[in-house]
Design a binder for this molecule. Structure first.
Ligand code: SF4
Length: 668
C-alpha cells in the first residue's frame, strides 16, 4: 500500500505564523491544503518537507528524573514536590514556567491556568516574548487591545506594500509567494523593503532603504512629518507629529535624503498601503516605538481597516497569536482580560476557583532566567522551547539552567541544548501526534490534528500539566478529557466580561460539540478588517539601540533566519535536503571584508567566541555582518550566535534586542 492510499488529515503547518493548511498522511506525500485561506494549496520548502520529519531521531520516549527512567506517576510526583518546595521556600515569586509559540492553544491555556490559577504566580512567559511582544505593546498602546487590523488578502489588494525588518521571502515564504503573484497580476503594485541588508526580499522590490540597524523610528518620523505637511491630520496627532519633527532622519538612518523623500512620496501618494513588520522591528529596545511609529503613519492617513490598507505585524511562530489569546505571557492575565481591571481579574479568579490569582504582571523571559541564575527562582518548567540556544546572552542562560534547584523540561527531543540540562525530562507529543488549535498572523484559528500514533510514552502537554495540578489538589479544575474540553473552557472565558468590550470574544464557540470541534474549519476571530473606533498616535522619541558597535567591537552583527531552517533546527536539522542550502553556519560580510578575513572567522562579543566559515554578501554594507541564529551544540557548537548578543530589553514590551550585536571579527 503506498502512502496516498491513506485518507489525508487536514492540519496546519507547525513552522511559522503564516499558518498554512496541510493535507497529511502517516506516510506518503504532504500537500498544501487548497481549501485553507492562508495558503490556498501553497507550501514552502520547510512545509513541503514535513513528511521527512515524521520519524525524528533522539525522541524523548519516556519520563526521566535525575537521568533515570521513571514512570509518569513518579515524574509528575517529582514535579509537584519540587514546585511545592520552591513555593514553600520562596513564595509564588520563586517559581516560573517558560513556554512556547509551538504549544497548541489548549496546552497554552492549561499552562497559564496552572501558573496563575494554581501556583499563584504570574511568572509565566513564552518564547513569543522574543517574537512579537513589541507588536502586542504597540497595538495595546494604539487602540487598547492586541488586535492585528488587517488580513492576508490586504497584502494582495494593496498598491504599495512596505516591508520593515522582514525578510518575507525566507521567513514567511508563502505570503511572499502570494505577494509576488499579486504583483504579477497587477504590475502597478510596488514593493518597498526597509532593511539594513539587501535580502532576498529586497531583491524583488522597487525600492530598498538600507537604513542603519535600529534606526526605523527615525525613518518613520520623517514619513509622519511629511504626511502631516501634506495636510493629513487625526485626533491626538499633534504630540506625535511634534516629537517626529525633532528627529533628524538622514543623520540617524544614514540614508540619502533623496531616498527618504522618494519613500515618503510613494507612501503619501498611495491610498492602499500595507506595512508588514516583523522581527527586525520587534527585536529591539525600541521595538514598541518602532511599531507605533509605523502605526502612526497609517492612523494619520486613515489607511487602516480598509481593503488593502493596514499596518500588519507578522508573527514568527505558528501559535504566537494563540499564546496572546490565552494570556500565557507574564504581562497578560487570560483571554485578553487584564490584570489592571478589577472586574476582569475577579471574573477570571471566580471562573478558575483561584482566590490567589496574581494581581500584577510577573517576570518576563530574560528576568526569569536572571532570577534563576541568582537563586531567586527555585523551580522552572520549560515547554517546547530551547532557551539555552534562543535567548540572548545564552552563556549566562546555560549557567543558570545548570544551577537551578529544579529544571523541568517537556519536549519532543532529548538531544536539545536545553533538554540535556533538565533534571526532569517529560516526553511531549510532536506535530502530527498532538491535537488542538493554533492562530496565525491574520487571527485565523485552525485545527492541528493528530494523524500519527504517539511513540513510547509521549503525552500531550495539557495532560502532564493537569496531572501536576491534580497533585496540588486541583483535579476538579483540570479534569479535561481532551483538547475540545479545554477549547470550550477557553472560549467561555473570553466572554466572561462582555462590558469589557474586548474584540477577542469567541464565547460563541463555548458550546461546540466534540464533533464540531473535530470538524472545525479555519475561522477568524474579530472582524475581517479592524478600523479602531478610538485610536491614538503614540509619540515615539528617538532612542538609540542598546547594542551598538564601538572601537573595541567595531562590527554590527545582525542575526536572523535561513530559508530552509526552523528555530534551533530540532525538526529541520535532520532533513538532508533542508540542510543542503546551508550545511554549516557562515558569517556573511561585505565582499571586501570577507576577502580580508579569509575562509574562517573568529567572532568575539560578550566575552564569548564563535568560529564560523565566511561568505561574501554584496547585500551587506561595510562594518555589518549577518550570522544565522539556528545553530546549537547539536549541529555546530562553535557557530551559535546568541552567546554574542548582550541582554538588553525594550522597557515598554520587554522584548530583547536580538537583531544586532557589537562584535570583533578576525581571521582564524
Ligand atoms: Fe509552513 Fe510557514 Fe512555510 Fe507555510 S510559509 S508552509 S506555515 S513554514
Amino acid at each position: 500500500m503506498d502512502g496516498t492510499s491513506f485518507p489525508a488529515t487536514r492540519t496546519t503547518c507547525p513552522y511559522c505564523g503564516v499558518g498554512c493548511g496541510v493535507l497529511a498522511r502517516p506516510s506518503g506525500p504532504i500537500a498544501g491544503d487548497p481549501a485553507h485561506p492562508a495558503n490556498q494549496g501553497r507550501l514552502c520548502s520547510k512545509g513541503a518537507a514535513l513528511g521527512e520529519t515524521l520519524d525524528l531521531p533522539d525522541r524523548q520516549l519516556f519520563p526521566e528524573v535525575d537521568g533515570k527512567r521513571a514512570s509518569w506517576d513518579a515524574a509528575l510526583d517529582a514535579v509537584a514536590e519540587g514546585f511545592r518546595t520552591a513555593l514553600a521556600e520562596r513564595g509564588p515569586e520563586g517559581v516560573a514556567l517558560y513556554v512556547s509559540g509551538q504549544l497548541l492553544t489548549e496546552d497554552y491555556y492549561a499552562a497559564n491556568k496552572f501558573a496563575k490559577g494554581v501556583l499563584g504566580t504570574a511568572n509565566i512567559d513564552s518564547n513569543s516574548r522574543l517574537c512579537m511582544a513589541s507588536a502586542v505593546a504597540a497595538h495595546t498602546r494604539a487602540w487598547g487591545e492586541d488586535v492585528v487590523p488587517g488580513c492576508y488578502e490586504d497584502i494582495e489588494l494593496a498598491d504599495l506594500v512596505v516591508l520593515v525588518g522582514s525578510n518575507l521571502a525566507w521567513c514567511h515564504p508563502v505570503l511572499h509567494q502570494r505577494l509576488l503573484a499579486a504583483r504579477a497580476a497587477r504590475p502597478e503594485m510596488q514593493i518597498v523593503v526597509i532593511d539594513p541588508r539587501r535580502t532576498a526580499t529586497a531583491e524583488g522590490a522597487e525600492l530598498h532603504l538600507p537604513l542603519r540597524p535600529g534606526s526605523d523610528v527615525a525613518l518613520f518620523a520623517a514619513l509622519l512629518t511629511h504626511l502631516a505637511d501634506q495636510g493629513h491630520d487625526a485626533p491626538d496627532a499633534a504630540e506625535a507629529v511634534s516629537e517626529a519633527r525633532r528627529i533628524d532622519a538622514p543623520a540617524l538612518t544614514g540614508l540619502d535624503p533623496a531616498l527618504i523623500a522618494r519613500f515618503c512620496t510613494m507612501f503619501a501618494a498611495t491610498e492602499r498601503v500595507v506595512t508588514l513588520f516583523s522581527m527586525g522591528v520587534n527585536q529591539s529596545v525600541a521595538g514598541a516605538d518602532k511599531a507605533n511609529a509605523i502605526i502612526n503613519c497609517h492612523l494619520l492617513t486613515g489607511r487602516i481597516g480598509k481593503p488593502g490598507a493596514a499596518p500588519f505585524s507578522l508573527t514568527g511562530q505558528p501559535n504566537a497569536m494563540g499564546g496572546r489569546e490565552v494570556g500565557a505571557l507574564a504581562t497578560m492575565l487570560a483571554g485578553h482580560l487584564r490584570f489592571s481591571e478589577p472586574a476582569e481579574h475577579a471574573a477570571v479568579a471566580a471562573a478558575w476557583g483561584a482566590p490567589a490569582l496574581p494581581r500584577k504582571p510577573g517576570m518576563i523571559a530574560t528576568e526569569i532566567f536572571a532570577a534563576l541564575g541568582q537563586g531567586r527562582i527555585g523551580a522552572l518548567w520549560t515547554m517546547a522551547t530551547n532557551p539555552a540556544v534562543s535567548l540572548p546572552g545564552s552563556a549566562g542562560v546555560r549557567a543558570a539552567m545548570e544551577r537551578a534547584p529544579l529544571l523541568v523540561a517537556s519536549d519532543v527531543t532529548r538531544a536539545s541544548d536545553s533538554m540535556v540540562r533538565a533534571r526532569i525530562r517529560l516526553p511531549a507529543l510532536s506535530w502530527g501526534e498532538k491535537s488542538g488549535t493554533v492562530t496565525n498572523s491574520e487571527r485565523v484559528i485552525s485545527r492541528q490534528r493528530g494523524f500519527l500514533t504517539p511513540p513510547g510514552e509521549a503525552r500531550p502537554d495539557w495532560w502532564a500539566i493537569a496531572g501536576v495540578a491534580a497533585r496540588f489538589g486541583r483535579a476538579d479544575a483540570f479534569g479535561w478529557t481532551g483538547p475540545a474540553d479545554i477549547f470550550r473552557e477557553h472560549a467561555a472565558l473570553t466572554g466572561l466580561v462582555p462590558e469589557a468590550g474586548r474584540i477577542f470574544d469567541i464565547s460563541s464557540l463555548a458550546d461546540l460539540s466534540d464533533a464540531a470541534y473535530d470538524a472545525l474549519a479555519p475561522l477568524r476571530w474579530g472582524p475581517r478588517r479592524y478600523a479602531p473606533a478610538r485610536a491614538r498616535l503614540v509619540p515615539t522619541p528617538w532612542r538609540p539601540p542598546a547594542n551598538m558597535a564601538d572601537a573595541v567591537h567595531p562590527v554590527t552583527l545582525l542575526t536572523g533566519r535561513l530559508r530552509d531552517q526552523w528555530h534551533t533546527m530540532t525538526r529541520t536539522g535532520p532533513v538532508p535536503r533542508l540542510m543542503a542550502q546551508h550545511p554549516a553556519p557562515k558569517l556573511a560580510l561585505h565582499p571586501e571584508e570577507a576577502a580580508a578575513i579569509g575562509a574562517v572567522a573568529q567572532i568575539e562579543g560578550q566575552g564569548e567566541t564563535a568560529l564560523v566559515g565566511v561568505t561574501a554578501d554584496p547585500g551587506l554594507p561595510h562594518g555589518v555582518g549577518f550570522l544565522p541564529m539556528h545553530w546549537s551544540d547539536v549541529y555546530a557548537p562553535s557557530g551559535r550566535s546568541n552567546p554574542l548578543v548582550p541582554v538588553a530589553v525594550d522597557p515598554v514590551s520587554g522584548q530583547p534586542e536580538l537583531k544586532h550585536a557589537p562584535v570583533r571579527v578576525s581571521p582564524w
